[in-house]
Design a protein around this ligand. Structure first.
Ligand code: GLA
Length: 391
């Protein structure tokens, strides 16, 4: 049963009426282009075949009543809140994610209350954007109840919705994240990676069919989540902004690769590795896009490996579990592997020849077992559809 069908069924069970509609949004992996989004740079995500679905119906009393239903069928209901009363800080915990979306949409004239029932199969805490999938599905649901269906031609565009979702996360939830995840969840298309220039907002869907080249993208969910992730993300971001200020440019996007050495000379030691990562990572995204446009999927492995090395040594957002996954995968025949997402745990991806799947899988599991680490989850990621209305 699809997540959308499950959401509709659970809504009927919990509210004893049918929902007005069901909307869903996927998690993502980022093929390459990490910690570049908040530097106005380039990213290259694709959507996973795992989704969060929201069944919704309007309420006349202006309340937002949000229920999540886990795999075990047990519902968890957040305290009902009046949409009119929502302010940053007024809701904490998981309920801040849906409430933040309602808060930001209230500013766009979407003020009605709603019953929302949420189900999904995006692995949580795996760095695969389950929270963004949730926020995007909620945004489409609340807009849908108000009769608004975003597209490129009428009403708000998906890019605008992505910015609203970002604002709800930055200003309501309090996480200073960039635009990668929301845009991926909303704008990805099956069979493609999404090349996004964050500064201009220009998006290009680049066909991506690893299976046609006898390859697969293997996701390795390390199941590690390190507690410093949130503060460390903000520190990296601040460091980048400080470096851009010292260099007199609007964002690190504006430091050209051939001007990198000069830029590094003008910066204090502590900021140099951050700048080196961002500038070289943007270049790797452009090279990867060029290879994919030319159908040379097998050629992107080296840039994936270089991306991981840069995130580990320069940006310092990797961790033992991610490094072990990457090393074991490459050692067993992956063409390249790298952490994906914010880092400090979460998931790695590996570009694996189909014939080496078994070896790579076995090598990763053995490397974890040898160190008595929690067994990781491994699955092949097929580029899937973005968010939308299901029913
Ligand atoms: C997290 C953030 C994104 C992006 C990545 C790193 O996923 O939500 O905005 O910065 O980390 O690329």
């Amino acid at each position: 049963m699809s997540q959308a069908d499950r959401a509709a069924e659970q809504f009927q069970r919990l509210h004893e009426r049918a929902p007005s509609g069901v909307w869903s949004a996927p998690g993502r992996v980022n093929l390459i282009g990490e910690h570049t989004d908040y530097n106005d740079g380039f990213v290259l995500p694709f959507a996973l075949p795992y989704r969060i679905a929201v069944a919704a119906a309007p309420r006349a009393d202006g309340l937002l009543v949000v229920t999540t239903v886990g795999d075990d069928g047990v519902p968890q209901r957040a305290d009902p809140v009046a949409v009119a009363d929502l302010e940053p800080g007024s809701v904490t915990g998981w309920a801040a994610f849906p409430s933040g979306v309602a808060w930001v949409l209230r500013g766009q004239g979407v003020t009605g209350g709603a019953d929302l029932v949420i189900v999904g199969d995006v692995p949580a805490g795996a760095g695969l954007s389950s929270s963004h999938a949730l926020q995007c599905a909620i945004a489409l649901a609340l807009l849908g109840l108000a009769g608004v269906a975003p597209d490129e031609h009428a009403g708000p565009t998906l890019a605008e919705v992505a910015r609203w979702v970002q604002r709800s996360e930055n200003d309501f939830v309090g996480a200073p994240t960039g635009l990668l995840d929301q845009t991926a969840s909303l704008c990805c298309v099956e069979g493609h990676v999404l090349f996004l220039d964050v500064r201009s907002g220009v998006r290009e869907l680049v066909p991506f069919d690893p299976a046609a080249a006898d390859l697969e993208v293997l996701v390795i969910d390390t199941r590690a989540r390190h507690s410093l992730a949130d503060s460390a993300y903000g520190e990296r971001r601040k460091g980048c902004e400080e470096a851009a200020r010292l260099l007199g440019v609007p964002a690190l996007r504006d430091v050209p690769l051939d001007g990198l050495a000069d830029a590094l000379n003008r910066l204090p030691d502590a900021l140099r590795p951050l700048v080196r990562h961002v500038v070289t990572e943007n270049d790797r995204v452009l090279r990867t896009v060029a290879a994919l446009r030319a159908g040379r999927v097998a050629d992107i492995g080296d840039d994936m490996a270089a991306s991981h090395a840069s995130l580990r040594a320069d940006y310092q957002v990797s961790c033992l579990e991610l490094d072990i996954a990457v090393d074991a995968a490459v050692g067993a025949g992956a063409l390249g592997a790298r952490m994906t997402g914010g880092g400090f745990g979460g998931s790695a991806i590996a570009l694996v020849p189909t014939g080496a799947h078994g070896d790579v899988r076995a090598a990763v599991l053995a490397a974890y077992a040898e160190r008595s680490l929690t067994t990781p989850r491994l699955f092949a990621a097929v580029p899937s559809a973005g968010a939308g209305r299901d029913h």
